[in-house]
Design a protein around this ligand. Structure first.
Ligand SMILES: *[C@@H]1O[C@H](CO)[C@@H](O)[C@H](O)[C@H]1NC(C)=O
Ligand SMILES: *[C@@H]1O[C@H](CO)[C@@H](O)[C@H](O)[C@H]1NC(C)=O
Length: 503
């Protein structure tokens, strides 16, 4: 394909200065999953309904292939197989999430579900037996429906409820867990689920609910960090972080000053929205964001800004509450100029940014939003180093989708090219990247895409009731990577159709 070779050439020309293949001593590798996407067992063993159960059951038309997570990969029953796969891959750690509705069916701590507690203890023991470290996410989008009925993350009461839930998790599982993630992808939670209807609970309170959510979420994150820091850390010796996702924005024309400025604005609105309050010395939301939303809100007739800056107490309370910067990264989009995107609702986060974007960059994947742009990853990482005072970084998700194939050369190429950029920024720029997490262990329920977009290292046949997991070629690639700590160069990982291209 002409397009592919052009991109390959571009990637080559931009990375040809360096030929790093070996990861530094102590660098760790893992893979990630999330409870709703793999567990299934949605209504057994005392688990209650969560917002994804509700959305998939009441609005199956909103899921690309009409599927849901009722069974998913059935990991609730097949976790031992999952652990065997993890051991085969040779990963140092496994990132998974806890299902709040499975542990606390009422959403509150008045009742602990023994089966839910037992399930995660069994999983943790199975991992321990294989010497695989758990990296555990407290919240990966599956809020108990009973709490959503009270407003979910738009309700400030959630600060207490999330702290209560985390307290139970630290107490019940904390002896076996050294690394915690509070929230996975706060942007997706607040913008996609409250400011839009792209994710459950699809509140679609654009320009308002998204900012109420971030206010609650950042406070809830800080309270859980302090709970751990003050009460559990001395006994359990673990770390707590947040995983922030990024679509990285770059100017389409790097010589165009307006595009350069607007790309920075967009990155502040996207990444800075959640990173600035936690990882900067100054704290609080990025000033450009506060100013833009205030100006827009006034023009739209609102009596006060739709996004309110934190008061001094909360600025201090939130600052510094993450031991690492967790980054989920997949893709880069381009900024083409000032303006309001024709799809932007009013009011909205997108309109508040005031920039036009395009996805016409890099090679396509099975996901419309996901283009392959490895150099954007390096630029994001350098930007994080300079914007956030050189934080220690874990890549907590990275990967690419296809429609499902065992000979997944494009996924291997993606891993190779994105991992090469990590090596470049570590060795050339001194960016402190400590670990890497591939998304994902196996094909799973990819939210509104259902099973139509597949990101797994293992192929899952969802038409076979046994849900067999088969290693793709990328699983062999990843296994070799974890074994050698070096980017595999073998011919068998190269697409025979493009055998002349260098890795
Ligand atoms: C659980 O949900 C399934 C559909 O996924 C349904 O067939 C079954 O009857 C439900 N079981 C209970 C105990 O409600
Ligand atoms: C965590 O606890 C330590 C020891 O008590 C304290 O010095 C530090 O400031 C705390 N971290 C935050 C972000 O409050």
């Amino acid at each position: 394909m002409a397009c592919w070779s052009l991109i390959a050439l571009l990637a080559l020309s931009q990375t040809s200065s360096a030929h790093y293949t070996k990861f530094p001593e102590g660098f760790t590798f893992g893979v990630a999953t999330a409870a709703y996407q793999i567990e299934g067992a949605w209504n057994v063993s005392g688990k209650s309904e969560n917002v994804w159960d509700r959305l998939t059951h009441t609005r199956p038309d909103m899921i690309a292939d009409g599927t849901n997570g009722d069974i998913a990969c059935d990991s609730y029953n097949r976790y031992r197989e999952d652990v065997e796969e993890l051991a085969y891959l040779g990963v140092d750690f496994y990132r998974f999430s806890l299902s709040w509705a499975r542990i606390l069916p009422t959403g509150q701590v008045n009742y602990l579900n023994p089966d839910g507690i037992r399930y995660y203890n069994d999983l943790l023991e199975a991992l321990e037996a294989k010497n695989i470290e758990p990296l555990v996410t407290l919240f990966h989008w599956d809020l108990p429906q009973s709490l959503q009925d009270l407003g979910g993350w738009a309700n400030p009461k959630m600060i207490e409820y999330f702290r209560d839930y985390a307290d139970v998790c630290f107490r019940e599982f904390g002896d076996k867990i050294k690394s915690w993630i509070t929230f996975n992808e706060p942007y997706e939670i607040c913008e996609d689920a409250y400011g839009d209807e792209k994710k459950a609970p699809a509140v679609n309170s654009h320009g308002v609910g998204n900012y109420l959510c971030s206010d609650t979420l950042l406070k809830a994150h800080a309270e859980v960090y302090h709970l751990y820091n003050d009460t559990y850390r001395s006994k359990q010796n673990g770390k707590v972080m947040i995983s922030i996702n990024s679509i990285w924005y770059e100017p389409k024309d790097p010589e165009n000053a307006e595009q350069v400025t607007l790309a920075e604005v967009a990155n502040q609105f996207k990444f800075g929205w959640f990173a600035h309050p936690i990882f900067t010395e100054e704290g609080g939301y990025p000033s450009i964001m506060v100013e833009n939303v205030a100006r827009q809100s006034e023009a739209e007739g609102y009596p006060r800004p739709r996004l309110e800056q934190f008061d001094e107490y909360w600025i201090q309370r939130i600052k510094g509450t993450s031991d690492f910067l967790g980054i989920n990264h997949y893709t880069t989009h381009l900024i083409t100029g000032a303006g309001v995107d024709p799809v932007a609702k009013s009011p909205s986060w997108l309109k508040d940014i005031g920039a036009l974007t395009t996805m016409e960059v890099g090679e396509e994947s099975a996901s419309e939003w996901l283009r392959v742009v490895p150099t954007g990853f390096a630029n994001l990482l350098r930007w994080c180093k300079s914007s956030y005072n050189d934080p220690p970084i874990y890549i907590t998700e990275n990967g690419v989708s296809d429609r499902g194939t065992l000979q997944d050369y494009k996924r291997i190429q993606y891993f190779n090219d994105y991992l090469t950029e990590i090596l470049n920024v570590i060795y050339e720029d001194g960016v402190n990247v400590l670990g890497y997490t591939a998304w994902t262990l196996m094909d799973n329920f990819e939210w509104r895409a259902g099973f139509s977009e597949r990101f797994g290292l293992y192929y899952v046949d969802i038409n076979d009731p046994a849900l067999p997991r088969t290693p793709k070629l990328s699983a062999e690639y990843y296994r070799q990577l974890t074994n050698t700590r070096e980017l595999p160069q073998d011919d068998r990982f190269k697409d025979p159709a493009k055998v002349h291209d260098e890795f």
